[in-house]
Design a protein around this ligand. Structure first.
Ligand SMILES: [Ca+2]
Ligand SMILES: [Ca+2]
Ligand SMILES: [Ca+2]
Ligand SMILES: [Zn+2]
Length: 373
């Protein structure tokens, strides 16, 4: 279904906004060393509001136990995302933080007095029924380890066990911090023609990267990334990009009825973030933007140990993962499925995400249906 701009405007009051990302894996011991503040606490309250182009949520946490730093008894975590007057932002790589949720938090302190969770989802370990869920140890064991500092965490790894090779994205439709429903993405992420779904009004590139990548390099990385999904045997087609611009000031997602890939400020620690704007009542997409984190060094191509050594990130590798988010596939944090493009961690010199794996293909076919090429 193709929506006119006037119809889009009517729906703006229930527009929801979502973001996802790809992260560098951080060992728990490294998180311990880098965090300013580490606490066990319980989410007391949440408040979402607009800040520039984005919706952010302030989450108050009642501190129960301090392991590092000396925060007050009630600290405030800031996260991109939330719902304001029917519009919201979901960051699928960052954990949901509903009221009453109890967890171990690795936090970065900011000069404005707020804290952010480090390493995306890796900086929040859920505590439920005597277990530290994502580390798969008991809470007692966690307490014993935390006393030893970073060395006590050396053999732990963040993992979420899964029964499926792919994850469909799930949205918090009412902004209460609890994820509610997956999007019926088939009807939403684009128009339908020639037996396939396409992104509404196509997609655009803004090349403002600070790594000296030419337009041709950026185009080839993004177009190849899109082509990987177009060749997955699903009834979906990104097709060719519409046009390329070089606006230095386009550094965030902007809800401007254009699907744009640009460079600028993505979510904290993420290589890139995908922002999905949609309406929570009809579950229809308005647009998708992807922002690649300018502070990282990107290369085209940047495959292999040389690039790992020089901390250069393959742009196509990250873009392919982000396009998967666009299609409404979510991150996977089960190491059984580390080969998948939608596996949540990436690293410099890595190019394995350029090629889809079985779960990626099964996922996109499950959403859009199977179409032969
Ligand atoms: Ca909810
Ligand atoms: Ca846009
Ligand atoms: Ca850069
Ligand atoms: Zn991701």
């Amino acid at each position: 279904m193709r929506l006119s701009l006037s119809i889009l405007a009517v729906f703006l009051s229930v527009l929801t906004f979502s973001a996802e990302a790809s992260y560098l894996e951080k060992e728990p011991s490294k998180l311990y060393e880098e965090a300013n503040v580490i606490v066990i606490g319980r989410v007391a309250d949440r408040f979402s509001h607009w800040e520039d182009n984005l919706i952010v949520t302030k989450i108050s946490v009642a501190v129960e136990k301090k392991f590092k730093g000396n925060p007050s008894g009630l600290l405030i975590i800031e996260q991109p995302g939330g719902v304001v007057d029917g519009r919201g932002l979901k960051v699928s790589d960052t954990p949901p933080l509903p009221r009453g949720d109890r967890a171990l938090f690795f936090l970065r302190a900011h000069s404005d007095g707020f804290f952010t969770i480090m390493g995306g989802p890796q900086g929040k370990i859920s505590l439920r029924a005597g277990k530290a869920i994502e580390w798969n140890i008991s809470e007692q064991d966690l307490l014993r380890r935390m006393i030893k500092g970073s060395t006590g965490l050396a053999d732990l790894r963040y993992q979420i066990e899964q029964s499926s090779t792919y994850q469909l994205c799930i949205f918090d439709l009412d902004g209460d911090g609890v994820e509610d429903d997956s999007l019926d993405w088939v009807e939403t992420s684009g128009s339908y023609s020639n037996g396939e779904y396409h992104p509404v009004d196509g997609w655009y590139i803004n090349n403002n990267n600070d790594d000296g990548l030419t337009d041709d390099q950026v185009i080839s990385a993004f177009q190849d990334a899109a082509n990987a999904w177009d060749s997955a045997g699903a009834c979906w087609s990104f097709g060719a990009y519409v046009s390329i611009s070089n606006d230095p000031n386009l550094t965030t997602a902007v809800q401007d009825y254009k699907n744009t890939l640009t460079f600028g400020t993505a979510n904290e620690d993420a290589y890139a973030s995908t922002y999905q704007w949609y309406w929570s009542d009809t579950l229809s997409t308005a647009e998708v933007d992807v922002v690649f984190q300018q502070s990282y060094k990107f290369g085209v191509p940047a495959c292999g140990f040389y690039y790992y050594y020089y901390q250069t990130v393959d742009l196509q590798n990250i873009a392919t993962h982000e396009f998967g988010h666009w299609l409404c596939l979510d991150d996977i944090y089960d190491y059984t499925y580390f080969r998948e493009t939608m596996f949540g961690y990436a690293q410099p010199g890595q190019c394995k995400n350029n090629t889809l794996y079985t779960g990626d293909t099964a996922g996109v076919q499950a959403i859009y249906g199977i179409c032969s090429e």
